[in-house]
Design a protein around this ligand. Structure first.
Ligand code: BV8
Ligand code: ZN
Length: 243
């Protein structure tokens, strides 16, 4: 592992255009359960069933209970050395774009600037009637929160399974993947599309791609580096003695 980290550090030192793609794994060391790990279930509901427009139209109260539970959990957590290392990396590289699948807001809390939250952010809410989007940091928004403007039912401003991603954000993410010389893919099982294909975009455009994850994934085969371990351990090592 040390040899691989040294080699990746050298590749990183040569790059001035870097992209990073993160998933739930980078927030695991902050105490946030991942989606597909053993803790991927919430009160024996499958998260994949809850994070859908169908679940919300059928039982908005249950879906709001799930998101209030996550708000409550995340409000007691903070970013970890993995998030922080990406902030430090951004400070030292001319062109750095952080693309995250996470909706927990921990990259923002850590201080990341050029951040694309391609699946949205659970601290933002959107009115299902007038479409107004607001930021609301409360750890519990109540059973069926309503819009202050028009009284419409609010929903979390996140991309549910079966919903399209914001085209503009996805476009910027694809551009960053195609333009970078090196992409770090961190803490994602590379199952969710179209996020997982961003690593292929970078590879196809000639970038060096590195995966930092607890386990191998369907993307491991295209990687130039596969560093198996905790992102909170590995990422700070990539930054040690950076000029
Ligand atoms: C869409 C917001 C077009 C909600 C989320 C092909 C093309 C297009 C679509 C599809 C397709 N195939 C299938 C689909 C449908 C679907 C999909 O991808 N399904 C999968 C499950 C097969 N995709 C969609 O629906 C997307 N929409 O493409 O629109 C369209 C429109 C209509 C009809 C069809 C298509 C929308 C996807 C967005 C879903 N929303 N989040 C919310 O969070 O409340 S995704 C959700 O999963 C989270 O954002 C999460 O981040 C994300 C991905 O999971 P991971 O981040 O990878 O997390 P996971 O737990 O899986 O893995 C964690 C990894 O970390 C593990 O490998 C673990 O080993 C590792 N790890 C753990 N601890 C650590 C660690 N690594 C390092 N250090 C540690 N300490
Ligand atoms: Zn409204």
């Amino acid at each position: 592992m040390e040899k691989e980290i040294r080699a990746l550090k050298q590749a990183l030192a040569k790059a001035n255009r870097v992209a990073a793609l993160t998933g739930a794994g980078i927030s695991a060391e902050s105490g946030l359960p991942t989606f597909r790990g053993a803790d991927g279930l919430w009160r024996n509901h499958d998260v994949m069933q809850l994070a859908t427009p169908e679940a919300f139209s059928m039982d908005p109260k249950l879906v709001w209970e799930f998101y209030n539970w996550r708000r409550n959990l995340i409000s007691g957590l903070t970013f970890n050395p993995g998030h922080k290392a990406l902030v430090d990396l951004e400070a030292g590289i001319d062109h750095f774009t952080l693309i995250t699948q996470n909706v927990d807001g921990l990259h923002l809390k850590a201080g990341s600037k050029n951040l694309l939250e391609i699946h949205g952010n659970l601290w933002k809410v959107k009115c299902t009637k007038c479409q107004t989007v607001t930021v609301d940091m409360s750890s519990d928004m109540g059973p069926l929160p309503k819009c202050k403007e028009c009284g419409g039912l609010l929903r979390p401003q996140v991309v549910w399974f079966g919903e399209s991603l914001d085209y503009g954000l996805l476009n910027r993410a694809v551009e960053a993947a195609r333009a970078c010389q090196l992409m770090l893919v961190i803490g994602t099982s590379a199952v969710v599309q179209p996020a997982a294909s961003l690593a292929f975009e970078a590879k196809a455009a000639g970038a060096v791609v590195a995966e930092i994850n607890l386990e191998k994934t369907p993307n491991s085969g295209i990687m130039d580096f596969v560093l198996l371990g905790k992102s909170g351990d590995i990422l700070p090592k990539l930054l040690e003695h950076r000029p």
